[in-house]
Design a protein around this ligand. Structure first.
Ligand code: NAD
Length: 457
């Protein structure tokens, strides 16, 4: 039966709707403020700190990725692991054993629960706190590190909310500490070679790029390969966003000089069906239709496409897909006025005047000529290290910069700018792909900051 609405009730209801709309617009304004917040601290150009002869390190989170970094740091001159922290005692024991096997002194262990990194920061005299923990811990650990006098480095993404991005910026500026989002793909051999080619003008003026993270993680999400086992799956349940934008955007933003003479202006994002069809299908396949996991809705759409516009007018297509059956790819396509190159599925290039007309060439033909100097000097040492050696090169560069007191290759502004895509893409998807403005984390300094050059080891 239809309920009749009296004139009085009509005004009551419409008043409530009006109040609701006002509250909503107030909440929107508040979130816009968060988006454009200006911390009370002063923006920095490039942070230069006192050289550190031996970098004393506290390592937090020694799981899949953290163990690789611990092994790298044990092989890097001038790096000393003084403390290790993980909720699981077996992991700190493992790290201590690795130090012993490498003839190093045994680091102190912190494993009394998820907040024990605080005790480590309060107790130890550390130059660097580096963490590879689940995403929700990156900001609290980095902030605590900087507040207690250490530089901070964290695995990607550096932050998964805009508030978190600003907190990293403000703390880094207040305490004058480096805060690095450690994007290893910046140091992959092809990305380094393309960087070198771009800086030498081979592609002319840059116009367009494609990148992303397309990695079938179903086994990781539903299996026991993470600790706690379901930390990544929880994000697939809660958020429909590009949850992992930095592997592709890290190199592309370095090439385009983002935060250094150029900046991201706005983005639009679109999701394939949400809730995810692929994760539901996978859960039914693994557990049967009656299992709670099969009945769960996974908010994360299988393919998230984001288009970013830069201040110089370039456009970048970023794709995220961690739910579907597919071979690994980060796409990586860079196009300029003189030609273009791509990395996946096969490495190809076409440069006007060098390549046969209208035809691709193998990128390998250019490899020796355009090999990045970092690779020339570190290739041998990096062999056998995580992800084809690039993780070693990124760790080496971090320690080298701290030892020399030089700005890090990627700093707090670079890290939060590429990480902000998590929150911004979510906002755009929720608003039917409306354009969402990027915050300028540098507050105008992007105009005078120098693009990263071709660094050497
Ligand atoms: N750059 C890359 O190529 C790459 C590859 C894999 C993972 N990652 C990143 O590394 C991070 C960790 O991923 P993973 O695959 O190693 O996950 P994981 O689950 O294997 O490891 C996480 C570790 O952190 C520990 N931990 C969790 N919360 C903690 C806390 N509060 N204090 C101390 N220890 C805590 C866990 O016990 C576990 O050992 C993530 O941010 C992920 O995005 C990056």
């Amino acid at each position: 039966m239809k309920k009749k609405i009296s004139r009085r009730n009509f005004f009551k209801i419409s008043g409530t709707i009006g109040l609701g709309a006002a509250l909503e617009s107030c909440a929107l304004r508040k979130s816009e403020n968060i988006l454009q917040t200006h911390p009370k601290t002063e923006p920095m150009g490039h942070l230069v700190t006192k050289p550190i002869d031996t970098v004393k390190i506290g390592y937090v989170g020694i799981g899949n990725q953290g163990s690789g970094h611990v092994m790298n740091l044990l092989r890097i001159e001038g790096a000393e692991i003084k403390a290790v922290c993980d909720m699981r005692e077996e992991r700190t024991l493992w790290a201590q054993e690795q130090c012993r096997l490498h003839g190093k002194s045994i680091p102190a262990a912190y494993n009394k629960g998820p907040e024990d990194y605080q005790r480590m920061c309060d107790t130890e005299d550390l130059d660097l706190v580096y963490n590879a923990t689940p995403w929700e811990w990156h900001v609290p650990i980095s902030v605590k590190a900087m507040k207690t006098g250490s530089h901070a480095a964290s695995e990607v993404p550096g932050a998964i909310t805009l508030e978190g991005c600003w907190e990293l910026v403000e703390t880094s500026e207040k305490y004058k500490k480096h805060c690095c989002t450690m994007e290893n793909c910046n140091y992959d051999r092809t990305e380094l070679m393309l960087f070198n080619m771009i800086r030498q003008g081979l592609f002319g003026e840059l116009l367009y790029a494609e990148c992303g993270y397309l990695h079938d993680l179903r086994e990781y999400k539903f299996g026991n390969l993470y600790y706690p086992p379901d930390w990544r799956l929880k994000y697939s349940i809660k958020r429909n966003a590009d949850l992992y934008p930095t592997h592709g955007l890290g190199p592309v933003s370095q090439w385009m000089g983002i935060t250094r003479g150029n900046k991201f202006e706005y983005l639009v994002s679109m999701s394939s069906p949400s809730p995810s069809l692929s994760l539901k299908r996978e859960a039914i396949k693994r557990y049967g239709e009656d299992h709670p996991r099969a009945k769960t809705d996974y908010a994360l759409g299988d393919v998230i496409s984001t288009l970013i516009k830069t201040n110089k007018g370039q456009s970048i297509l970023v794709t995220h897909d961690t739910n579907s059956p597919r071979p690994y790819s980060r796409k990586i396509l860079i196009q300029g006025t003189h030609g273009l190159a791509r990395k996946y599925p096969e490495q190809k290039i076409h440069i006007e005047g060098l390549s046969p007309s209208h035809k691709w060439e193998d990128l390998s033909e250019y490899r020796e000529q355009y090999k990045h100097p970092l690779l020339k000097s570190l290739e041998e040492k990096a062999q056998g290290a995580g992800h084809g050696g690039m993780d070693f090169i990124e760790d080496f560069r971090l320690i080298q910069c701290l030892r020399e007191g030089k700005p890090t290759d990627s700093d707090v502004y670079d890290g939060v700018t590429i990480s902000a895509v998590v929150a911004l893409s979510e906002k755009s998807i929720a608003a039917r792909s409306s354009p969402v403005k990027f915050p300028d984390f540098t507050r105008g300094k992007w105009k005078s900051r120098k693009p990263l050059g071709i660094v050497t080891a």
